[in-house]
Every structure is written in structure tokens, then in C-alpha cells.
Design a protein around this ligand. Structure first.
Ligand code: HEC
Length: 178
């Protein structure tokens, strides 16, 4: 019975994700990513917006040339690279203008904030769907954490942070080249 419930939950979530994709013309439209937006990726997209990464970056090859394009970033670097780079860009690229976003990795992902992000993106989300999406987010973030932990010195604790959500989003930025 438990397994059946989980299966049903997954199916609901999947349907829910499809709906999110077709709804991205809403509040997330500045980030026009045509990929299945998982709960963690949606959270990360909001962080990208909040931190104004787009002052210096664009997501594809169009637009202002002075902005450093993140086109095709998804899968370009392993998580451990992004994890280090976002916290301390200078050690990777000396004298870079890219600022450190270390604080994001100290700030835990917040359920209230997550609910707000989902409610903004669609009018029709039940409390149950919010909870299912939250559970899925936990699974996603835990997978990233345990992968990072394999690459970090033993005993290093990785927080379920907003920084990891941002990473999940960055890892989904597609390439505009066919
Ligand atoms: C003040 C400008 C500025 C801001 C704000 C900024 N960046 Fe950057 N970023 C850069 C520059 C410049 C580079 C290129 C590195 C270099 O050559 O110095 C870069 C490089 C990167 C790279 C590596 C890309 C690659 O393919 O090598 C990633 C990833 C990145 N930034 C993500 C972000 C994210 C995410 C944010 C927001 C949380 C952000 N940046 C905010 C200036 C900025």
C-alpha cells in the first residue's frame, strides 16, 4: 500500500511538472528554459533572479554581448566545481569580476519560500501538491548533497542550502546550439 501511494505521488508530481513547463510564461518567464522544471530547479531559478545574476550574465547566445553567456552551462562542470566556484570564484579564475556567493551555501532551503515560488507560478496548486513537491525537492537536494560529500574530505557536512538549488538550476541551462 505504501509503495502504491509513493507511485501515485510520483505520477501526480510528474503531471505537475508538465504543467509547470507549459506555465513558464508566468513569473519565471525571464528564465525561459524549456526543460522540465523540478521543484529544486524552480527554487534555484528564483535564487538566480533574486541574486541578479543577469546583471552580468545571459542564458543563451542572444542579447547584450557584454554579458557573459551561460549558454550550455548545464553539464559543463561537475557539481563539485560549481560548489567551489560559486563560493570562491577567485581561486578558479584569478582577478575575476564574478563575486562570491558563499552566503547562499549557508542559507537553508526554506519551505515557506518554496511554497510562495510555486504559488506564484501557478494558480491551481493544492496543499497536498505543495507537500509532494517539497518531498521531491528533498530527494533532489539529498542526491546532490551525497554526491558532493563523496568528493569532499570525509566528515564535511553539506547543508541543504539555497546554493545547492542554484546549482541544480545552473545544471539545467541548455545549449542553444543544435
Ligand atoms: C558583477 C558581475 C557578475 C555577477 C553579478 C555574476 N557573475 Fe558569474 N561571472 C562573471 C564573469 C565576468 C565571469 C567569467 C569569469 C571570468 O572570466 O572572469 C563569470 C563566470 C561565471 C560562471 C562560469 C561560467 C563558465 O562557463 O565558465 C558561472 C557558472 C557563473 N558566473 C554563475 C553566476 C551566477 C549563478 C551568478 C548569480 C548568483 C553570477 N554568476 C553573478 C561575472 C558575474
Amino acid at each position: 500500500m505504501y509503495q502504491f501511494t509513493v507511485l501515485l505521488a510520483m505520477i501526480c508530481l510528474y503531471g505537475f511538472n508538465i504543467q509547470q513547463v507549459t506555465n513558464t510564461s508566468g513569473s519565471l518567464s525571464i528564465i525561459s528554459i524549456d526543460t522540465t522544471q523540478t521543484p529544486l530547479v524552480m527554487y534555484g531559478a528564483q535564487i538566480f533572479k533574486d541574486k541578479k545574476c543577469q546583471r552580468c550574465h545571459r542564458l543563451d547566445e542572444d542579447g547584450k554581448k557584454r554579458l557573459k553567456s551561460l549558454d550550455g552551462l548545464g553539464g559543463k562542470f561537475p557539481d563539485i566545481w560549481l560548489y567551489g566556484f560559486l563560493q570562491d570564484p577567485e581561486t578558479f579564475i584569478p582577478k575575476t569580476r564574478m563575486p562570491s556567493f558563499e552566503s547562499l551555501f549557508k542559507k537553508e532551503i526554506d519551505k515557506n519560500r518554496f511554497d510562495k515560488i510555486l504559488l506564484q507560478s501557478s494558480d491551481n496548486i493544492s496543499a497536498e501538491q505543495l507537500d509532494l513537491a517539497w518531498q521531491k525537492l528533498q530527494l533532489e537536494v539529498n542526491e546532490i548533497r551525497s554526491n558532493l560529500q563523496k568528493d569532499l574530505p570525509q566528515g564535511t557536512d553539506v547543508l541543504s542550502s539555497e546554493g545547492l538549488a542554484l546549482m541544480a538550476f545552473l545544471q539545467k541551462i541548455p545549449s542553444s546550439k543544435k
